[in-house]
Ligand binder design. Sequence first.
Ligand code: NAP
Length: 217
Amino acid sequence: MKNLRITLKIASSLDGRIALADGTSQWITSSASRARGHQMRAENDAIMVGIGTVLADDPLLTARTVPLPARQPVRIVADSRGRLPAASRLAQSLDLGRVVAVTTGQATDAAIPAGVDIWRCGNGVRMDVAEFVRRAEAEGLRTLLIEGGSTLAATFIRAGLVDEIAWFRAPILIGGEGLPALGALGLTDLKSATRWRPVATERIGDDVLDTYVRSEQ
Ligand SMILES: NC(=O)c1ccc[n+]([C@@H]2O[C@H](COP(=O)([O-])OP(=O)(O)OC[C@H]3O[C@@H](n4cnc5c(N)ncnc54)[C@H](OP(=O)(O)O)[C@@H]3O)[C@@H](O)[C@H]2O)c1
Protein backbone atom coordinates (compact mmCIF):
# COMPACT_ATOMS: atom_id res chain seq x y z
CA MET A 1 0.00 0.00 0.00
CA LYS A 2 1.44 3.36 -1.09
CA ASN A 3 0.79 6.35 1.18
CA LEU A 4 2.60 8.93 -0.96
CA ARG A 5 0.15 10.63 -3.35
CA ILE A 6 1.93 11.35 -6.62
CA THR A 7 0.79 13.94 -9.15
CA LEU A 8 2.48 14.27 -12.53
CA LYS A 9 2.39 17.81 -13.91
CA ILE A 10 2.93 18.30 -17.63
CA ALA A 11 3.08 21.61 -19.49
CA SER A 12 2.85 20.87 -23.20
CA SER A 13 1.89 22.16 -26.60
CA LEU A 14 -1.43 21.05 -28.10
CA ASP A 15 0.39 18.16 -29.72
CA GLY A 16 1.84 16.94 -26.42
CA ARG A 17 5.40 18.23 -26.81
CA ILE A 18 7.23 19.61 -23.75
CA ALA A 19 10.28 21.11 -25.47
CA LEU A 20 11.71 21.94 -28.87
CA ALA A 21 14.23 19.51 -30.36
CA ASP A 22 17.06 21.64 -28.88
CA GLY A 23 15.56 21.24 -25.38
CA THR A 24 14.07 24.76 -25.16
CA SER A 25 10.93 24.56 -23.02
CA GLN A 26 10.60 27.95 -21.33
CA TRP A 27 7.88 29.04 -21.63
CA ILE A 28 5.38 26.87 -23.46
CA THR A 29 2.40 27.74 -21.27
CA SER A 30 1.23 31.21 -20.22
CA SER A 31 2.24 33.14 -17.11
CA ALA A 32 -1.23 32.45 -15.64
CA SER A 33 -0.68 28.70 -16.05
CA ARG A 34 2.76 29.01 -14.52
CA ALA A 35 1.27 30.87 -11.55
CA ARG A 36 -1.12 27.94 -11.15
CA GLY A 37 1.91 25.62 -11.28
CA HIS A 38 3.45 27.54 -8.38
CA GLN A 39 0.21 27.10 -6.44
CA MET A 40 0.44 23.36 -7.05
CA ARG A 41 4.01 23.36 -5.76
CA ALA A 42 2.87 25.14 -2.60
CA GLU A 43 0.19 22.47 -2.08
CA ASN A 44 2.66 19.58 -2.23
CA ASP A 45 5.20 18.36 0.33
CA ALA A 46 7.85 17.81 -2.35
CA ILE A 47 8.66 18.56 -6.01
CA MET A 48 10.71 16.22 -8.17
CA VAL A 49 12.50 16.44 -11.54
CA GLY A 50 15.07 14.33 -13.36
CA ILE A 51 18.67 15.48 -13.68
CA GLY A 52 18.04 15.98 -17.42
CA THR A 53 15.68 18.83 -16.57
CA VAL A 54 18.16 20.37 -14.12
CA LEU A 55 20.93 20.30 -16.74
CA ALA A 56 18.62 21.74 -19.44
CA ASP A 57 16.67 24.37 -17.49
CA ASP A 58 18.46 24.94 -14.17
CA PRO A 59 15.11 25.30 -12.32
CA LEU A 60 14.79 26.67 -8.77
CA LEU A 61 11.70 24.53 -8.06
CA THR A 62 10.42 26.79 -5.27
CA ALA A 63 6.76 27.72 -4.87
CA ARG A 64 6.63 31.41 -5.79
CA THR A 65 3.11 32.25 -4.69
CA VAL A 66 1.75 35.51 -3.28
CA PRO A 67 1.98 35.30 -0.33
CA LEU A 68 4.81 32.77 -0.19
CA PRO A 69 3.91 29.43 1.43
CA ALA A 70 4.75 29.07 5.13
CA ARG A 71 7.14 26.30 4.15
CA GLN A 72 8.78 25.51 0.82
CA PRO A 73 8.34 21.97 -0.56
CA VAL A 74 11.34 19.66 -0.43
CA ARG A 75 13.09 19.80 -3.83
CA ILE A 76 14.18 16.40 -5.14
CA VAL A 77 16.33 15.47 -8.16
CA ALA A 78 16.58 11.94 -9.57
CA ASP A 79 20.33 11.92 -10.08
CA SER A 80 21.64 8.34 -10.05
CA ARG A 81 25.23 9.27 -10.82
CA GLY A 82 25.49 12.45 -8.76
CA ARG A 83 25.69 15.00 -11.60
CA LEU A 84 23.92 17.89 -9.83
CA PRO A 85 26.17 20.91 -10.55
CA ALA A 86 27.42 22.90 -7.58
CA ALA A 87 26.61 26.04 -9.60
CA SER A 88 22.98 25.01 -10.20
CA ARG A 89 20.24 27.21 -8.78
CA LEU A 90 19.11 24.25 -6.66
CA ALA A 91 22.50 23.78 -5.01
CA GLN A 92 22.88 27.55 -4.65
CA SER A 93 19.56 28.05 -2.87
CA LEU A 94 19.74 25.73 0.13
CA ASP A 95 18.77 28.67 2.34
CA LEU A 96 15.31 28.50 0.71
CA GLY A 97 14.71 24.86 1.68
CA ARG A 98 15.88 21.30 1.56
CA VAL A 99 17.31 19.81 -1.65
CA VAL A 100 17.67 16.04 -2.08
CA ALA A 101 19.66 14.15 -4.74
CA VAL A 102 18.43 10.58 -5.21
CA THR A 103 21.34 8.38 -6.24
CA THR A 104 22.06 4.65 -6.19
CA GLY A 105 24.50 2.52 -4.25
CA GLN A 106 26.78 2.70 -7.31
CA ALA A 107 27.26 6.48 -7.07
CA THR A 108 30.01 8.20 -5.16
CA ASP A 109 28.85 11.05 -2.94
CA ALA A 110 31.93 13.14 -3.63
CA ALA A 111 30.49 15.05 -6.58
CA ILE A 112 27.24 16.06 -4.85
CA PRO A 113 27.36 19.67 -3.63
CA ALA A 114 27.73 20.13 0.12
CA GLY A 115 24.44 20.66 1.94
CA VAL A 116 22.40 18.63 -0.56
CA ASP A 117 20.88 15.55 1.13
CA ILE A 118 21.58 12.20 -0.52
CA TRP A 119 19.09 9.35 -0.61
CA ARG A 120 20.52 6.11 -1.99
CA CYS A 121 17.71 4.17 -3.60
CA GLY A 122 18.70 0.80 -5.07
CA ASN A 123 21.95 -0.56 -6.39
CA GLY A 124 21.16 -0.51 -10.10
CA VAL A 125 22.24 1.92 -12.79
CA ARG A 126 19.28 4.18 -11.98
CA MET A 127 17.34 5.19 -8.92
CA ASP A 128 14.90 2.44 -7.88
CA VAL A 129 11.51 4.15 -7.90
CA ALA A 130 9.78 1.79 -5.46
CA GLU A 131 12.58 2.25 -2.98
CA PHE A 132 12.44 5.99 -3.53
CA VAL A 133 8.73 6.01 -2.64
CA ARG A 134 9.41 4.04 0.55
CA ARG A 135 12.16 6.47 1.52
CA ALA A 136 9.96 9.50 0.81
CA GLU A 137 7.23 8.01 3.00
CA ALA A 138 9.73 7.25 5.77
CA GLU A 139 10.82 10.92 5.56
CA GLY A 140 7.22 11.94 6.27
CA LEU A 141 6.28 13.13 2.77
CA ARG A 142 2.60 12.64 1.91
CA THR A 143 2.35 14.37 -1.47
CA LEU A 144 4.79 14.62 -4.39
CA LEU A 145 4.55 16.69 -7.57
CA ILE A 146 6.64 15.31 -10.42
CA GLU A 147 7.43 17.98 -13.00
CA GLY A 148 9.26 15.89 -15.60
CA GLY A 149 11.02 15.58 -17.82
CA SER A 150 9.88 12.99 -20.22
CA THR A 151 12.22 10.18 -19.08
CA LEU A 152 11.44 10.46 -15.37
CA ALA A 153 7.70 10.84 -16.01
CA ALA A 154 7.65 7.65 -18.09
CA THR A 155 9.45 5.71 -15.34
CA PHE A 156 6.82 6.63 -12.75
CA ILE A 157 3.94 5.90 -15.15
CA ARG A 158 5.43 2.51 -16.10
CA ALA A 159 5.81 1.64 -12.43
CA GLY A 160 2.11 2.44 -11.85
CA LEU A 161 3.00 4.99 -9.19
CA VAL A 162 1.24 8.10 -10.56
CA ASP A 163 -2.18 8.79 -8.99
CA GLU A 164 -3.09 12.00 -10.81
CA ILE A 165 -2.04 13.89 -13.94
CA ALA A 166 -2.33 17.69 -14.19
CA TRP A 167 -1.87 18.44 -17.89
CA PHE A 168 -1.54 22.06 -18.97
CA ARG A 169 -1.87 22.51 -22.74
CA ALA A 170 -0.98 25.70 -24.58
CA PRO A 171 -2.53 26.40 -28.00
CA ILE A 172 0.70 26.04 -29.96
CA LEU A 173 1.99 23.26 -32.19
CA ILE A 174 5.60 22.09 -31.93
CA GLY A 175 5.61 19.04 -34.18
CA GLY A 176 7.20 15.63 -34.19
CA GLU A 177 10.77 16.78 -33.68
CA GLY A 178 9.82 18.21 -30.28
CA LEU A 179 10.31 16.24 -27.04
CA PRO A 180 7.22 14.15 -26.19
CA ALA A 181 5.66 14.59 -22.75
CA LEU A 182 6.39 10.96 -21.97
CA GLY A 183 9.31 8.73 -22.86
CA ALA A 184 8.82 5.11 -23.91
CA LEU A 185 6.24 3.11 -21.97
CA GLY A 186 7.05 -0.23 -23.59
CA LEU A 187 3.46 -1.13 -24.45
CA THR A 188 2.83 -4.05 -26.78
CA ASP A 189 -0.96 -3.93 -26.78
CA LEU A 190 -3.57 -1.30 -26.04
CA LYS A 191 -5.24 -3.40 -23.37
CA SER A 192 -2.24 -2.89 -21.12
CA ALA A 193 -2.29 0.91 -21.46
CA THR A 194 -3.12 2.60 -18.14
CA ARG A 195 -6.46 4.39 -18.36
CA TRP A 196 -7.11 7.80 -16.87
CA ARG A 197 -10.41 9.25 -15.78
CA PRO A 198 -10.92 12.95 -16.50
CA VAL A 199 -12.07 14.72 -13.32
CA ALA A 200 -11.75 18.42 -14.22
CA THR A 201 -11.14 20.75 -17.13
CA GLU A 202 -10.32 24.38 -16.58
CA ARG A 203 -9.59 27.22 -18.98
CA ILE A 204 -6.64 29.34 -17.83
CA GLY A 205 -6.58 32.20 -20.33
CA ASP A 206 -5.92 30.46 -23.67
CA ASP A 207 -4.43 27.36 -21.97
CA VAL A 208 -6.40 24.36 -20.73
CA LEU A 209 -5.70 22.40 -17.55
CA ASP A 210 -7.05 18.84 -17.64
CA THR A 211 -6.90 16.77 -14.47
CA TYR A 212 -7.06 12.98 -14.59
CA VAL A 213 -6.96 10.29 -11.93
CA ARG A 214 -5.85 6.75 -12.62
CA SER A 215 -8.76 4.42 -13.36
CA GLU A 216 -8.68 1.19 -11.41
CA GLN A 217 -7.72 -1.49 -13.95
N1 NAP B 1 7.26 21.46 -20.30
C1 NAP B 1 7.41 20.69 -19.25
O1 NAP B 1 6.45 20.36 -18.54
C2 NAP B 1 8.78 20.22 -18.89
C3 NAP B 1 9.01 19.85 -17.56
C4 NAP B 1 10.26 19.34 -17.24
C5 NAP B 1 11.22 19.20 -18.23
N2 NAP B 1 10.96 19.59 -19.49
C6 NAP B 1 11.98 19.40 -20.54
O2 NAP B 1 12.31 18.04 -20.57
C7 NAP B 1 13.68 17.89 -20.97
C8 NAP B 1 14.38 16.96 -20.00
O3 NAP B 1 13.76 15.71 -20.06
P1 NAP B 1 14.63 14.40 -20.12
O4 NAP B 1 13.71 13.28 -20.42
O5 NAP B 1 15.79 14.64 -21.02
O6 NAP B 1 15.24 14.29 -18.66
P2 NAP B 1 14.57 14.08 -17.21
O7 NAP B 1 13.40 13.18 -17.29
O8 NAP B 1 14.41 15.41 -16.55
O9 NAP B 1 15.77 13.36 -16.46
C9 NAP B 1 16.12 12.06 -16.88
C10 NAP B 1 17.28 11.59 -16.05
O10 NAP B 1 16.85 11.34 -14.71
C11 NAP B 1 17.72 10.40 -14.16
N3 NAP B 1 17.02 9.31 -13.50
C12 NAP B 1 17.39 8.78 -12.31
N4 NAP B 1 16.65 7.75 -12.01
C13 NAP B 1 15.76 7.60 -13.00
C14 NAP B 1 14.76 6.64 -13.25
N5 NAP B 1 14.50 5.64 -12.38
N6 NAP B 1 14.05 6.76 -14.39
C15 NAP B 1 14.30 7.74 -15.27
N7 NAP B 1 15.27 8.67 -15.10
C16 NAP B 1 16.00 8.59 -13.97
C17 NAP B 1 18.53 9.78 -15.33
O11 NAP B 1 19.84 10.31 -15.31
P3 NAP B 1 20.94 9.51 -14.43
O12 NAP B 1 20.97 8.13 -14.99
O13 NAP B 1 22.18 10.27 -14.56
O14 NAP B 1 20.37 9.51 -13.04
C18 NAP B 1 17.81 10.29 -16.54
O15 NAP B 1 18.65 10.44 -17.66
C19 NAP B 1 14.27 19.29 -21.01
O16 NAP B 1 14.32 19.73 -22.35
C20 NAP B 1 13.27 20.11 -20.23
O17 NAP B 1 13.23 21.44 -20.67
C21 NAP B 1 9.76 20.11 -19.86
